[in-house]
Structures are given as C-alpha cells and as structure tokens.
Write a protein that binds this ligand. Sequence first.
Ligand code: NAD
Ligand code: UDP
Length: 340
Amino acid sequence: MPSKFVDRRVLVTGGAGFIGSHLCERLLEQGAEVLCLDNLFTGRKANIAHLLGNPAFEFLRHDVTIPINAEVDEVFNLACPASPVHYQFDPVQTTKTSVMGAINVLGLAKRLRIPVLQASTSEVYGDPQVHPQTEAYWGNVNPIGPRSCYDEGKRCAETLFFDYHRQHSLAIKVVRIFNTYGPRMHPNDGRVVSNFVVQALRNQPITIFGDGSQTRSFCYVDDLVEGLLGMMRTPAEITGPINLGNPSEFTVAQLANLVIEITNSKSTIDFRPLPQDDPRQRKPDISLAKHHLGWGPTINLRQGLKRTVSYFERLLSLGRSENGIAERDIPAKYPARLVS
Ligand code: NAD
Ligand code: UDP
C-alpha cells in the first residue's frame, strides 16, 4: 500500500532538533519531500547531515518568528527549545518563538489552505492536580515563573491554533507531547535522560534534583514520531488536543538507578536543590490517542534507554557523533548546566 506521505511536500519547523530530525527521516522514508526549517538555536546540522545528500530533502536556515514563505502541502511546527535550561536561557525569545512562530505557520497554512500540526507539551498542565493528565484538564500553570515563557507560550500557541480553526476553518492538529528521549539529544541538553546517561557513562555523580520522588513518563522518540505521523493522517474533524506519551510512570530516582544498572556505572548520586515550579508528577492518559490514532508506545524504558546509551557511548568514546562531527566542534552556546 503506498504511504500516505508519498509526493507530499512537508515543512518541518525545528527539523534539525532532536525530535524534528527523526521526523524528517521518517517522512523521507515514507516518500515525502521535506523542507526542514531551523535557526539552529538548539538544533544541529549534525542531526540532519545524513539527509542533506537526499534530493527530496532541503534545509532552510530561518527563524519562525519571521514570516515564512514556502510552497508545501502540510506543516509540522516543532520549532521551540524544549529543555528547561535552553528555554530559560533567553525566555523572551522562547515566548516569541511559540507565539509568533504559531502565528507565522498558521498564516502560511491559511494562505495555502493546508493542515498544520502543533507540537504542544504536557507543560500546558503545569504542576498538575489531576493525575494522570487527560486532555480535558485545564492545568495548573504559574504565569510568572521561570518556566512560564515555555508553558504560557505553548498555551497561547494552542489558543491561536483553535482560533484559526474556528475563525478561518483551518485544518489543525494539536498534540501534547510528554517527556521524550532518545538518540540525538544533545549531550549538554540538560534534560534528565541525557544528563543521567552522559553522567553515568563518564562515571560522574548523577545529579538528582530534589529527593528524586517526582515522576515523569518517558516516551522513546521512535514511538513519538509514529504518533505525530498518525495524528497528521487523522480525519479533518480530529483537531486534538491529543496527548502523546508513554503512560509508564517512573520517579527520577528510579530512572537514575536504571541508568546506572544499564551502563554498569560507578556513578554515585548527588542530590541538588529542586528547581522552582518543577512539576511533582506527570503521566499521560492516552485513551484519545489509542482511540483516534490506534497509537500507543511499543518501546519500554529499559529498551529505549539501551538504545540511547549506545548512541551516547559512541558519541563520547569516539568524541564524534554518528555523522562524523566531533563533539568538541559543537559550539557550547549555553552554559552547560551539568555536563562539563
Ligand atoms: P530541540 O531543542 O532539540 O528542538 C527544537 C528545534 O527548534 C531546534 O532544532 C531549534 O534549533 C529549533 N528552533 C528553536 N527556536 C527556533 C526559532 N525561533 N526558529 C526556528 N527554529 C527554532 O527539542 P525537541 O525535544 O526536539 O522538541 C521539539 C518540539 O517538541 C518542541 O516544540 C518542544 O516544545 C516539543 N516537545 C518536546 C518534548 C520532549 O520531551 N522532547 C516534550 C514536549 C514538547
Ligand atoms: N532532573 C534531575 N536531574 C537532572 C535534570 C533533571 O533530577 O540532571 C529532574 C528535573 O528536576 C525534573 C525531571 O528530572 O523533575 C525532568 O526534568 P527535564 O529537565 O528532563 O524535563 P521537565 O519534565 O522538567 O520539563
């Protein structure tokens, strides 16, 4: 059966990032032409270096806060730093990226009358008082805290998507992504999985923020990408929001112990202060994704971590990424929070 993306020209904003690069790869495998737009704020050319020789793939260095002019059949809007360290580095730019980026991709989609998917986030639920989180829950978000630039930016982007849908009958798809991990996370990304794996492989102390009892639900990137593709292919009346994530919930301490076990590491645990507004618990209810997309995760945390560990082992031991680009060549644009 021909793939549903054959001969489609697809714009992926944030396509040189962690999730975006995997999405570009899968779209190409499915027969799409891909226009990858990225300003390389947190993304890397190394993530897409293996795609650059493919005639069906184009890279455009561009900032989503500036209007976009392109001829495409559909849009996945992923442009936005996702790690707390990165989105708090320049919080004003983070809000601009979410809000003006949404306006610009929605404007493009309106002109072309094409569907547009928004990569929203479990952060719209903030520090949730409903557990697990269903899409009907409106969340518990601090509007003025250090995470607000990301949380409120993403919430405003959702508002814009639904207003364009109601006001202009635009075909929208909104997915709320829960913690996703896997190969091509930046070693200095600052998020918990990459931090723990890199620390464990270097036998450095594993930095647990707080007492490690806070929970997250970790989704392997390949599963997530299947969910994104599935959502884009749902009938027009399915707008979302729809949660995409792995409902298996772990404490941060459990994650640390699993990483130490898999890597056979000598790392000790180093407890650090819990950052402000750090959500206490997070677990998606994925009934809607199961019902509308027939989607659910297939890779458990142990399996996904083994693949992620292999990636970082290669990266760190060779000092090179899988694309032959040396780790030391990656500009350290951000103060590395933990990984030296
Ligand atoms: P990432 O930081 O690796 O990727 C984001 C990409 O967007 C990068 O390539 C970056 O350079 C690009 N970008 C940032 N600002 C831009 C701008 N103004 N113009 C153009 N490009 C810009 O993060 P990721 O984990 O791949 O996340 C991708 C998307 O998924 C983000 O929108 C994020 O909010 C969302 N998301 C991710 C997770 C997760 O756990 N990974 C969870 C929830 C939501
Ligand atoms: N965390 C941690 N050590 C680290 C990085 C993160 O204990 O080195 C914790 C963080 O405080 C949070 C959880 O791990 O409770 C997930 O953090 P991450 O930055 O990956 O994403 P979040 O879900 O908070 O956006």
